[in-house]
Every structure is written in structure tokens, then in C-alpha cells.
Design a protein around this ligand. Structure first.
Ligand code: PMP
Length: 305
């Protein structure tokens, strides 16, 4: 990793190479940190960088912090200001990924959430594709279940919970698949390792509800709005059974890193025609314009640096 740029660490912007935590830090020892993954997109015509939906990302980050009994001295607007200052420091002129994190910063042994100091930090790095095969992905059903809201909240982006995502991802990749779908404790399809899932059945766009142990994805929310308002499609949030996936016309996954990934095969069964479908294709085009601030109607989602 190139650490020649800057990071936000312990209340100020510092050279990234100096943003270091001790090996006895609580957040590292126990996974007691919450984070967000955001993107900023370079618009080559306007020669400007735009952060995609930072207010929504920071609202979710602060909600995750609340679930984990964490407090920091910034609200959403304060975090956006700090983000803009960090991005301006390095004068980025390309697509970047931002990783803000709130963590339990005390050192020492003792697993708990209370009576510990919280810190906020953030780094920025160049970023392109997350799933290389994003037009023709082949996924499997994971043998791992998705974490349950009564164990670790999936709706919060809690670092420790990503051990679940890592198990899901590695076993899928080692078995030769691009990604996996995890079922929740009730046997319903929840999401991928770091992506929400959508299927199209009889022309209706369907995605699991936020009560089926999913992360409340910002991309999910954006895609639901685009499908409804731009493509005029019916969008329904309801539980999805495993066998519905194999008879869907189209299947795609959404996430900040992944963007929109077309899934064309699940466990060796082709989805629909076995090729990226028309709704997925259209949504990918629309989404790309929207995130790059090329669609005026959605400029409320693009915050200029
Ligand atoms: N589910 C999980 C488990 C994730 O880690 C992510 C990535 N943040 C998503 C879904 C997609 O969420 P978003 O669209 O907000 O990036």
C-alpha cells in the first residue's frame, strides 16, 4: 500500500505513514470498531471529485457507533467537513475509496464496550473494481450462515462481524466462485460477503428487507430509487427463498466497493438467459452516471470536494 498521502488520526490530518495504533488497542484485540466504505468519483468533464452520499454513509456510521456504545465529537456535517479537508490535502484527481472508522482506542485486556475511549480515523486510497468479473459473476450458496441481529447486528458495520464475511468470501473463492450468498438463521437469502442482493422475478425487482440480517446498504437504497423512478419498475422488499434465486430472470449484487455486479450463474445453474439481463444493464449505466455527477436529477447525492 502506498502510504505517501494523508490520513485523519487522533483529531488531525497527519502523513498516513504516521497513523499507527498500538498492538494492545481494544478495537484491534476485540474487533470493537465500526466503519464505513465510501467512494469519491472523478468527473473528467467537470475536472472535479464528488463524494457519493456522504451524509447517508455517516448517518449509518453514527448509527453503528450507537449500537456499539461509542461516541465521537462529530455529527454528519462535521464528518463531511473533515472528509473534504482530507481529500483536498492530497488533491485527488481519480476515483478513490474512503475508510472512516470509529474504534475503542484504550489499550489493555478486558472485553466490554463501556468505560473506553472512542477515536475516529480515516484513510483514502485509489480504487477501481472490487469484483473483477462484474458482468458475469458466478456465485454459490455459502455453508456459513449470516450473523444474526441477536448475536452481532448485521445492520451495523462492525469490524468484528467481518470475520463472518471473510469466511463466506474465502470459502467461495477457494471453491472457484466469485462470491457467495449467505442465508440467515431462518434460511432466507440475506446478502453476499460485502454486497446486498437483488433478483428480478416477473419483471419485479425484489430485495430482502432490512429485518433479514442485511447491512442497510446505501447502494441498495440508491438502486431501489433508480429502478422505481427511472425504469418505472415495481420494487419490493420481502424475504427471498433459496430456490427463488435459481428461477429468477436476473440477479445482481450491490455495494459501494462492488457497485452493481451482474450474477449470471448460481451453483452452476444459469440465471435467466445466463447473460447479464436488460434491467441489470440499464441500472449499471444509470448508476455510473449518477455516481459520477453526470445526472442532474440526482446531484443531491454528489458532494463536490
Ligand atoms: N452488505 C455488507 C455486509 C457490506 O459490507 C456492504 C458494503 N458496505 C454492503 C452490504 C453494501 O453496502 P453499501 O451499498 O452501503 O456499500
Amino acid at each position: 500500500m502506498d502510504l505517501s498521502t494523508h490520513a485523519f488520526f487522533e483529531g488531525k490530518i497527519v502523513p498516513w505513514s504516521e497513523a499507527k495504533i498500538n498492538i494492545a488497542t481494544h478495537g484491534f484485540l476485540y474487533g470493537t470498531s465500526v466503519f464505513s466504505g465510501m467512494r469519491a468519483y472523478w468527473n473528467d468533464e467537470k475536472k472535479k471529485l464528488f463524494v457519493f452520499r456522504p451524509f447517508d454513509h455517516y448517518r449509518r456510521l453514527l448509527n453503528s457507533a450507537r449500537m456499539m456504545a461509542m461516541e465521537i465529537p462529530y455529527d454528519e456535517e462535521g464528518l463531511i467537513d473533515l472528509t473534504m479537508n482530507l481529500l483536498r490535502t492530497d488533491n485527488w484527481k481519480q476515483d478513490v475509496y474512503l475508510r472512516p472508522t470509529i474504534y475503542k482506542a484504550d489499550m489493555g485486556i478486558g472485553v466490554r464496550l463501556h468505560n473506553l475511549k472512542d477515536e475516529f480515523c480515516m484513510f483514502v486510497m485509489p480504487f477501481e473494481k472490487y469484483v473483477s468479473n462484474d458482468t458475469n459473476a458466478h456465485v454459490t450458496f455459502s455453508s456459513w450462515r449470516r450473523i444474526d441481529d441477536n448475536a452481532i447486528p448485521a445492520r451495523g458495520k462492525v469490524a468484528g462481524a467481518y470475520a463472518n464475511s471473510a469466511l463466506i468470501k474465502t470459502d467461495a473463492n477457494r471453491a472457484g466462485f466469485d462470491e457467495a450468498l449467505a442465508l440467515d438463521g431462518n434460511g432466507h437469502v440475506s446478502e453476499g460477503s460485502a454486497m446486498n442482493i437483488f433478483m428480478v422475478r416477473d419483471g419485479v425487482v425484489i430485495t430482502p428487507p432490512v429485518t433479514d440480517n442485511i447491512l442497510e446498504g446505501i447502494t441498495r437504497r440508491s438502486v431501489m430509487e433508480l429502478a422505481r423512478d427511472e425504469l418505472g419498475l415495481e420494487v419490493v422488499e420481502r424475504s427471498i427463498d433459496r430456490t427463488e434465486v435459481s428461477i429468477a430472470e436476473e440477479l445482481f449484487m450491490t455495494g459501494t466497493a462492488a457497485q452493481i455486479v451482474s450474477v449470471t450463474k448460481v451453483d452452476h445453474r444459469p440465471i435467466g438467459t445466463g447473460k447479464m439481463g436488460p434491467i441489470t444493464t440499464r441500472l449499471r449505466e444509470l448508476f455510473d452516471d449518477v455516481v459520477r455527477a453526470k445526472n442532474k436529477k440526482y446531484s443531491k447525492w454528489n458532494v463536490e470536494v
